[in-house]
Design a protein around this ligand. Structure first.
Ligand SMILES: *Cc1c(COP(=O)(O)O)cnc(C)c1O
Length: 381
């Protein structure tokens, strides 16, 4: 297995070289976080930036939603191709300052649905904990760009105590999603403290870790992390691969380790203009994920987060792609296309309509093979 090249100027002295602990090599994932590219100047040293990208990067550095790219993820960018699908996801563009019709600062109405500090509830049986506002990489289409990267970083267990109390008082919540920011950027003991506290609430059945770390920092999926989390199963991992180029040998090995350690892995892709709005690209991605035992779960219409109009597709584009994939891709490799409705009213499935006609007792379908067939309801009793 060949590790991707590190960008050359990233070959620097390891951080913490003077630690008393320096005998023990700094784990690669911490090195990656410490060396993440965070300024327009550094980014310009790695890539020949267009004027629009340079202006975007300078703006990101100055105001609002920051820039960060791990050396690993940056190494996947094709420096000679301005349309590179990895590049479009993480290199800021000056178009981020534009507002498109329908754009919202908080597209999923999370502030309005916050039931305790950093606890969002939009469904009766599920809730979302924002365990940190930091990510390894800041995706330019982020639905939570209003809050990530800007604030106080990791939320301590004390800070989250009101959230835990709320959950303990609401036993109807059986499924808790730990998100952020990216919970896998937390130190292992911090993450374990949060999960351990959640596990003390008996009404919580499943816990999900919503993370892009398997994509942008697969080195984080260490044996140490997996054995620290293993006592808290059922723990599901919701990851976020968007393009087959992201399924590198390192990323595939990370998925393999998660699956071997008993984590069901579900993937949520976001449909993005110029990145993956193509049936062949998505088919390759979904097949690749399935081979790694990561189930393509959702293909999400991009949320109308402010300044993301240049990365979004019309609703019809996703439906047309699903039409091309349905019946041609194994059911276990085909995600549901969903729109997370603006305002936070929940996700709705969309897709091609196979029902041509409905009469009393008879439904007429078109099939993926182009044949029309009728289904007769049973006689009423
Ligand atoms: C998407 C989401 C969920 C979970 O949705 P599922 O369809 O169960 O995967 C829960 N809470 C919030 C706030 C969400 O955004």
């Amino acid at each position: 297995m060949q590790a991707p090249e590190r960008p050359s100027s990233a070959r620097l002295v390891l951080p913490h070289a003077g630690d008393p602990d320096s005998q023990r090599r700094t784990p690669e994932w911490k090195w990656q976080l410490a060396r993440a590219v965070r300024s327009a100047r550094e980014l310009g040293e790695h890539l020949a930036l267009s004027d629009a990208e340079r202006a975007g990067a300078e703006r990101a550095e100055r105001e609002g939603f920051p820039l960060a790219i791990t050396p690993y993820y940056l190494s996947l960018v094709d420096g000679s191709d301005p349309r590179c699908p990895i590049r479009r996801q993480v290199v800021p563009h000056v178009a981020e300052r534009e507002t498109t019709r329908g754009d919202l600062v908080d597209p999923l109405g999370e502030v309005a649905h916050e039931v305790a500090p950093d606890l969002v509830q939009r469904y009766p049986d599920r809730a979302l904990v924002l365990a940190t506002d930091r990510c390894a990489v800041y995706c330019r289409f982020c639905t939570r760009s209003r809050m990530v990267g800007g604030g106080s970083g990791t939320r301590s267990v004390e800070h989250l105590s009101a959230a835990f109390e709320w959950l303990a008082g609401h036993p109807e919540v059986r499924d808790v999603i730990v998100s952020g920011g990216d919970p896998l950027t937390l130190a292992t003991d911090r993450l374990v403290a949060v999960i351990e506290r959640l596990r003390q609430i008996e009404s919580i059945e499943t816990i999900r870790l919503a993370t892009r770390v398997p994509v942008v920092l697969p080195h984080r999926i260490t044996a140490e992390l997996l054995s620290a989390l293993a006592p808290f199963h059922p723990l599901w991992v919701m990851t976020h691969f968007n393009h087959p180029k992201e399924l590198t040998p390192l990323a595939r090995a990370g998925l393999e380790r998660l699956a071997n350690a008993g984590f069901p892995v579900m993937n949520q892709s976001v449909l993005l203009r110029g990145v993956n709005d193509d049936a062949a690209v998505l088919a390759e991605l979904f097949r690749g994920l399935t081979r790694c035992r990561a189930r393509p779960y959702y293909l999400l219409q991009a949320d109308p987060a402010k300044g993301t109009g240049h990365l979004r597709t019309p609703i019809g584009a996703g439906i047309a792609i699903m039409e091309q994939l349905w019946g041609r891709l194994s059911g276990i490799a085909l995600p549901k296309l969903v729109v997370d409705t603006p305002g936070g009213f929940g996700k709705v499935p969309i897709g091609p309509d196979y029902v041509i006609e409905r009469r009393p007792g008879v439904t007429r379908f078109r099939t993926p093979r182009g044949v029309e067939v009728e289904y007769f309801d049973p006689a009423a009793e």
